[in-house]
Design a protein around this ligand. Sequence first.
Ligand code: NAP
Length: 249
Amino acid sequence: MVMELSGKVSLVSGSSRGIGRAIAIMLAEGGSDVVVNYMSNAAAAEDVVRQITKLGRRAIACQADVSKREACVEMVEKAQQELGPISILVNNAGITRDRSFLKLSPEQWREVIVTHLDGAFNLTGKLLPNMIEAKWGRVINITSIVGQIGNFGQTNYAVAKGGLMAFTKTLAREVALKGVTVNAVSPGFIETDMTAVVPADVLETVKQITPVGRLGKPEEVAAAVCFLASPRAAFITGTIINVNGGMYM
Ligand code: NAP
């Protein structure tokens, strides 16, 4: 890969595992130093840091619950002291708490909403002024096909991801003249811990209704993110790139 991101620092929320891990490593392959954020899995985050260090880039693991504003502010300040100004933000941290709507508790509703939406609000709010000052920045939000077409048992998750897409388009308009692009990558079903808990018969149906005929790989989502982060994508803002094997077009 061309080292298009040399000299940049990226923060990828929820990059200890799954899609975030693949994004963090691929951004480092492109030349970026990386802040590896995680919630509770320190060992997995340290492993990602090791992979990135092996590539000759700098990386640090930072614990922070992205739904907590103070924790985000502390993480960003500590990370910037060590690695320098962050100009690429990937809002990736996410969870599911699936229940059909009538059985969904207020806690399950809120937990999903605050992780995805407050998470993006907290990190973007803290980092955007730096990006504007530097006249260069990238905000990339990981949304989901579920926010576009809905899914049984996921009203909380669909609302969070739909909201993140609306956030993407609105913020893109606000900062377009400041050198900052804001885009979303919307995965279909990807092989990670999140989909490992989905029953086998449901995954079989997913494969049948996906034109490409399989689940996606975290690296296939990461490739779209790295393109959007690159200088080549400077004229792309407010868009949603679907990485879903054709399941929704
Ligand atoms: P995953 O394998 O379950 O990994 C989730 C990551 O998010 C972990 O690194 C976890 O940290 C972190 N995390 C969770 N809550 C957090 C919080 N409050 N603060 C900070 N970090 C937090 O999930 P994934 O499948 O890679 O999903 C990544 C993103 O893609 C999510 O936004 C998800 O909604 C979206 N997505 C996934 C799929 C799919 O099929 N997998 C499809 C569409 C969209 P710990 O390791 O410390 O727990």
